[in-house]
Design a protein around this ligand. Structure first.
Ligand SMILES: Nc1ncnc2c1ncn2[C@@H]1O[C@H](COP(=O)(O)OP(=O)(O)O)[C@@H](O)[C@H]1O
Ligand SMILES: [Mg+2]
Length: 540
């Protein structure tokens, strides 16, 4: 290529003292242009935007036209034209140059500056982009990032070669260096962005997998219906009330609803209403202003504000006092509240999912739960039946839980048929949570990962009925039934309410309707008492 390069003796060109030489004039012009280029590049990190602006500056201020910037495509390794600037407009072309193809391809082969006094004289000139003027000079320089070729900057001076191509080429090299630095920055930003996005998407997928509907198993008809209803209600903002005994999967369903809803990108905030005394519950939910109470040294957002745009899961909603029910009702009705100790009204957009193991209808009857709040919450009720009412789900749930436990223990766990049968015969008052604990215990006790019937143990023997449990023939004979209940005066003021209800039940032979009559209650009321007083119902 060297035969095409004009090395120019600039000193010979200079006019006598008193006037500027042409070189000097050009350098001043190019310095101003360089300044404009650096400003264009610093304006934005959006590379595509700035490239075109750089080419415009080269045209308007440096007399370098038909600018072309092509960038190496990381996949094909070819140079793809990103942007071309001609005096009559901006042309974007898809032309690609491989190594050795055309003049620009020469740079791919060996990164270097190419200077041609008249481009048409160069046999390898392809003019693939169709924009070059053959009679004009041509300058192409590599754009490098950290020593690696990332692209090519090519221009044509707007007039025929005037002996100053060397100065112009140096200037184009400086511009290419600036572009390279800018490209490195924007590549780094791009990379960081995409790795953040990747990380976020991975997290989201994991969360969705962990809390999506596939984390819940159960093929019984009741559970299939619950899943179907939950899936349907997930996509709306409808308030959901999840009912069911403790350990039946209420929280799991709440997760699945949130993570399958349009709010999945926003927060799912949880609060167990039974876990906090009332005054704390209020500031926890609504937040507080500074100085609202002793210890409130900073103002704080409550769970409602944290859940803005997302979902608030209120667990054990049946446990809140009537005074607190009234406060909650207002937020549910108006979507607004004040922080504790504050006067500013806060507005929020929150989807509510509530859960309780209580019989709320009975609580309403008893005057313990506000009817209006009940109706506010009970828009879409979902009922999770106790495990003992869906024993056909036990094998599958057990397998699912064992896979989870096995994953933690990094080994494969299996369960024998006999053990499965024992699982199916248990009453599971603690439902799936109890099953989970039972299996974890068994897994810990198992040396080889096989869980046989002897490892299935229940800490409190609350099995459903003696006849269903396989007993060793040599074992002790079943206990004789306890002697008949001693007569207790249910009106004895010394009796606690719990004892009074138990006494009535004993007298009624555990027939609830009969016990209710003894106590002067409705069957619903006694059912509620049995639940709230945690009375274990005997079944005969
Ligand atoms: N259908 C189910 N499939 C798999 N795991 C379940 C299922 N139901 C409950 N679990 C598990 O049982 C445990 C208790 O569930 P949870 O949602 O906390 O119950 P609740 O809120 O009703 O007390 C959790 O570890 C949960 O993952
Ligand atoms: Mg729970």
């Amino acid at each position: 290529m060297d035969d095409h390069i004009h090395l120019h003796n600039t000193a010979a060109d200079c006019p006598p003292p008193g006037g500027f030489c042409r070189t000097h004039e050009l350098n001043i012009q190019l310095l101003a242009a360089l300044y404009a280029v650096s400003r264009a590049l610093s304006r934005s990190l959006d590379f595509k935007d700035t490239l075109h602006e750089v080419l415009r500056v080269l045209h308007d201020e440096a007399g370098l036209t038909r600018g072309l910037i092509s960038v190496v495509d990381p996949e094909s390794g070819k140079l793809a034209i990103r942007t071309i600037y001609t005096p009559d407009g901006h042309i974007a072309d898809d032309a690609q140059y491989g190594p050795g193809e055309g003049i620009i391809g020469l740079i791919l082969e060996k990164p270097r500056t190419i200077k041609l006094a008249r481009v048409a004289d160069e046999p390898r000139f392809l003019n693939r982009s169709g924009v070059y003027a053959g009679e004009l000079p041509f300058i192409a320089v590599p754009i490098k990032v950290g020593g690696n070729l990332q692209g090519v900057l090519a221009v044509q001076p707007e007039g025929p070669e005037d002996g100053l191509i060397e100065e112009r080429a140096q200037f184009v090299e400086m511009v290419a260096n600036l572009i390279g630095q800018n490209l490195r920055l924007s590549l780094e930003v791009e990379q960081e962005k995409s790795s953040l996005v990747e990380e976020r998407d991975l997290l989201r997928r994991t969360v969705r997998h962990q809390f999506g509907f596939d984390s819940m198993v159960g093929r019984s008809a009741v559970m299939r219906r619950v899943f179907e209803q939950a899936r349907l209600v997930a996509k709306w903002n409808t308030t959901v009330l999840i009912r069911g005994e403790t350990g039946t999967g209420k929280e799991l369903i709440a997760n699945a609803i949130h993570y399958n809803s349009p709010r999945a990108r926003n927060a799912l905030v949880k609060l167990n209403c039974a876990a906090l005394p009332e005054n704390l519950l209020e500031s926890e939910l609504f937040g507080h202003e500074r100085g609202a109470f002793t210890g409130a040294v900073e103002s704080r957002k409550g769970r409602f504000e944290q859940a803005n745009g997302g979902t608030l899961f209120l667990d054990e909603i049946g446990e809140i006092s009537p005074a607190f029910q009234a406060k909650l009702l207002r937020v549910l009705q108006e979507g607004e509240f004040e922080r504790v100790g504050g006067s500013r009204t806060v507005k929020v957009d929150v989807r509510i999912i509530a859960a309780t193991h209580r019989d709320l209808e009975a609580a309403v009857d008893m005057g313990d739960f506000r009817e209006d709040l009940f109706y506010r919450l009970n828009v879409m009720p979902l009922y999770l039946p106790p495990l003992r009412e869906r024993i056909e789900d036990i094998p599958e749930i057990a397998r699912h839980l064992l896979a989870k436990i096995g994953n933690d223990q990094k080994r494969k766990l299996t369960v024998t048929d006999l053990a499965q049968r024992r699982l199916a015969s248990h009453d599971w008052p603690g439902n799936v949570r109890e099953l989970e604990n039972c299996l974890e215990r068994a897994a810990v006790l198992s040396e080889d990962g096989r869980i046989d019937v002897d490892l299935i143990r229940f800490p409190s023997s609350r099995e459903r009925s003696a006849s269903k449990i396989p007993r060793a023939p040599t074992g002790p004979a079943p206990e004789a039934p306890p002697p008949g209940p001693a007569e207790v005066d249910i009106n004895d003021p010394a009796l606690s309410e719990r004892d009074r209800v138990i006494a009535a039940l004993e007298q009624a032979g555990w027939v609830q309707a009969k016990a209710a009559r003894i106590l002067g209650m409705t069957p619903r009321q006694i059912a509620y008492r049995i639940q709230t007083l945690n009375i274990e119902v005997k079944q005969f």
